[in-house]
Design a protein around this ligand. Structure first.
Ligand SMILES: [Zn+2]
Length: 353
């Protein structure tokens, strides 16, 4: 990168090169196109942002663009009508994914899960599938690799049944199968949650969002059925990363809502992509699913451009604090966050009176 000499430097170039340049007209147009009134409103109340704070370039949205337009509210268990067709922003070709290792995890609730770790051809992140029950198998994990031994297969988790000291073969044997839990009922379509990593909500006890609660609730429902899949995608902060998310939190404390804060930082309201989830679900043999979500964008996105997967039922995710007198996340931040999700991101949730 050519750094202009001080005499010719524009104001933005006076900053070190790793800091972001000013918004140019095209970027402003993109932002304005998304939320003009709210953005203007927020700018009224927020001091002008120095160039060092906003991101170097506008982050393209890789998910379906959210729209504040009214979205039909689906009843709790209605079948999902996406007859309007998939949004054109979805990728034509799904990413390639491969499950590189799977391991049994006994959990604190008593439920056993099988953690599947994936690599893919679009990023270097370790995306995961948290699989409940023992009837769901990964095709890419089970595929026989060249020159691998039975021990290799067992170490990478490509075994049937349960491991025990001295086991010699990855294929089903009587002792391994006898040690399994009772077979799960597969009459019901698999319940699926697509969850995006949220360090603050899952690890740092944040009450700014309900991600931790949603993950726990998904696990509770799937544990009850001993069947289900949480696809855990490493797209922190709706895809903008943890450092940008923390900046957005400071903007929220300065008066912006969650959508406007992202836009002020030159990120889309939602930069997440779900095509990896589609590819992972297909690898796990899922063509029809029940999806645990309030997010209409997610339904269309996970089905894929060619509807490789069909969401046959949407299962709503109602905040615990709205359902019960006790428990759940109660904070003014999470109330504002949920309100923004409903009013500006079209989430299908009825606010309590
Ligand atoms: Zn969160």
């Amino acid at each position: 990168m050519v750094v202009p000499s001080p005499s010719t430097a524009t104001p933005a170039a006076e900053f070190p090169s790793f800091l972001s340049p000013r918004l140019d007209a095209a970027d402003t147009a993109i932002i304005d196109g998304q939320q003009p009134s709210a953005l203007a409103l927020a700018l009224d109340h927020t001091p002008a942002l120095p160039p060092s704070i906003i991101s170097p370039a506008f982050t393209p949205a890789s998910t379906v663009p959210s729209t504040p337009a009214p979205i039909p509210v689906l009843s709790n268990t209605s079948s999902v009508d996406t007859a309007a067709g998939p949004p054109s922003s979805l990728p034509a070709v799904l990413p390639e994914v491969e499950c590189v290792v799977r391991a049994r995890i006994p959990t604190t609730s008593g439920t056993e899960i099988f953690l599947h770790l994936y690599k893919n051809n679009v990023d270097n992140k370790e995306h995961l599938a948290i699989v409940f029950g023992n009837s769901i198998r990964s095709k890419s994990l089970d595929r026989v690799r060249d020159d691998e031994t039975e021990m290799d297969r067992m170490i990478r988790g490509a075994y049937v049944g349960r491991l025990y000291p001295g086991r010699q073969t990855s294929a089903a044997d009587a002792a391994a199968v006898a040690a399994l839990d009772a077979p799960t009922s597969t009459s019901k379509t698999t319940l699926v949650r697509i969850h995006s990593e949220c360090y603050t909500g899952e690890t740092a006890w944040s009450a700014r969002c309900d991600c931790g609660e949603q993950l726990d609730e998904a696990a509770r429902l799937m544990g009850k059925e001993n069947h289900g899949i949480v696809v855990y995608l490493r797209q922190e902060g709706r895809g903008i990363g943890l450092s940008e998310k923390l900046k957005a939190y400071n903007l929220q404390d300065l008066g912006a809502d969650t959508v406007t804060a992202n836009l002020l930082l030159r990120h889309p309201a939602d930069a997440r992509s779900y095509s990896l989830a589609t590819a992972i679900l297909l690898d796990l043999g899922q063509k029809e699913i029940r999806l645990l979500t309030n997010n209409p964008d997610k339904i269309a996105a996970v089905e894929g451009k060619h509807r490789e997967i069909r969401v046959v039922e949407r299962v709503p995710m109602v905040p615990i604090a709205w359902r019960k007198d006790q428990g759940g996340i109660r904070s003014k931040e999470v109330e504002g966050y949920l309100k923004t999700k409903i009013e500006r991101m079209g989430h299908m949730l009825d606010q309590p009176m």
